[in-house]
Design a protein around this ligand. Structure first.
Ligand code: NAD
Ligand code: UDP
Length: 389
């Protein structure tokens, strides 16, 4: 047996040090997971991505105390024969690689479908053929719209949890029509979930599927024109951060009426580490990972971020802090939206004893402090250069 790591699993058994092939390790979630694994566990990470900016502090070069525990492999899983070797070398593969920004789903539907389904196929195949465990990242978006959203606006049943709570093995997946290309992402993610589930049923693949519900925190996405394309549209946290940094109104798509639940990335990473270290409890399951206590409308999120940012930056809020835009203007043809996302926490609580901790206000304070410190000067410089040219 492998030497013990000093860590024990939820059943009191020692956790052996693992080698983990982490695909998409250079992204938002991957960077936090790498940090946590390096700081608190003895596991080794083979970090795979096309870029490493967000984990440069861990891999370029690895600091002496991490030598031999983390290595970066710059490769595109679309077309690189080194992938199978890395999966074979590891005990566990975690696949985070994806195009996962809504602005891409309706404007780059082919890339979205290829990235989320076709490009994930070899990962699943190599895990299955080599009898390696797989933790695959799906999304809460596979639930689509709630059953309640089809009832009239003031219908009393809309208040009943069974009409909106999203439960892994019970809730249906409800997407819009094909012309609403927003759903290309959810549909590709759903099909790869079904394929992984089928590999488990027919070929004994050991798998866990994660459905993140709006995990947010430092290092999420990019600030357009600073560390990403000026015309790029990131997810809502980075869009609103960008507006606040530039002192421009936050744009509410279609009135900002839809609801989301936001989970602090550091709480989320604890759930992932539990999955990594408790295979007997996690295998064969699909887990919602979210924070049902942190529900707001997008409008409320904008108001809260405006208030928190004023506190952390010392800059007074604008007189008109938000403006309405149509989805057509903001995202273009084919956009649609999920109305409400409350995760059932029953399964993850039962299997892994995990619960989210951080209230929305606290996580926004930490995150916006980071955004202000990291980006304010760069945004100022970029704005003055743009106005001079
Ligand atoms: P991210 O975009 O920050 O990270 C994805 C990483 O994958 C990027 O670093 C990217 O370079 C890499 N990648 C993409 N295609 C690749 C390829 N062909 N070869 C090699 N590397 C490639 O996104 P994230 O927020 O960290 O999300 C990670 C996963 O979690 C995704 O599968 C996403 O669908 C899922 N997810 C995240 C959230 C969330 O709240 N953050 C919500 C739902 C689902
Ligand atoms: N949104 C918005 N203004 C923005 C960016 C996003 O109103 O500048 C809305 C978007 O239409 C959606 C919600 O915020 O209703 C969350 O968007 P995000 O990109 O984070 O992804 P989603 O939760 O839809 O997957």
């Amino acid at each position: 047996p492998a030497p013990a790591s000093g860590r024990v699993d939820l059943d009191g058994a020692p956790v052996a040090p693992l080698t983990i092939c982490m695909i998409g390790a250079g992204g938002f979630i991957g960077s936090h997971l790498c940090e946590k694994l390096m700081a608190e566990t003895p596991h080794t990470v083979l970090a795979v991505d096309v870029y490493c900016d967000k984990i440069r502090h861990l891999v370029d070069p690895a600091p002496p105390h991490l030598a031999g525990r983390i290595s970066f492999h710059r490769l595109n899983i679309k077309n690189d024969s080194r992938l199978e070797g890395l999966i074979k070398m590891a005990d566990l593969t975690i696949n985070l690689a994806a195009i996962c920004t809504p602005a891409d789903y309706n404007t780059r539907p082919l890339d979205t479908i290829y990235s989320n389904f076709i490009d994930a196929l070899p990962v699943v195949k190599y895990c299955s053929e080599n009898s390696k465990r797989l933790i695959h990242f799906s999304t809460c978006e596979v639930y689509g719209k709630t059953v309640g959203s089809f009832l009239p606006k003031d219908h009393p049943l809309r208040k009943e949890p069974e009409f909106f709570v999203l439960t892994e093995d019970e809730s249906p997946c409800i997407f819009g029509p094909i012309v609403k290309q927003r759903w290309s992402y959810a549909c590709a993610k759903q099909l790869i979930e079904r394929l992984i589930f089928a590999e488990g049923a027919e070929n004994d693949l050991e798998f866990t599927i994660v459905r993140p519900f709006n995990w947010i925190g430092p290092r999420m996405d990019f600030i357009p024109g600073v560390d990403g394309p000026s015309e790029g549209v990131p997810r809502v946290l980075a869009c609103f951060s960008n507006n606040l940094l530039r002192r421009e109104p936050l744009k509410l798509v279609d009135g900002g009426e839809v609801q989301r639940t936001f989970l602090y990335i550091k709480d989320a990473i604890e759930a992932v580490v539990l999955m990594i270290e408790n295979p007997a409890r996690a295998n064969g399951h699909i887990f919602n990972v979210g924070n049902p206590n942190n529900e707001v409308t997008v409008r409320e999120l904008a108001e809260m971020m405006t208030e928190v940012y004023a506190n952390v930056s010392g800059e007074p809020p604008l007189e008109e802090p938000v403006i309405d835009v149509s989805a057509q203007q903001f995202y273009g043809e084919g956009y649609d939206d999920s109305d409400k996302r409350i995760p059932s926490m029953t399964l993850i609580n039962k299997q892994l004893g995990w619960n989210p901790k951080t209230p929305l206000k606290d996580l926004l304070e930490t995150t916006l402090t980071y955004q202000h410190k990291t980006y304010k000067e760069a945004v100022k410089t970029q704005m003055s250069q743009a106005s001079a040219s």
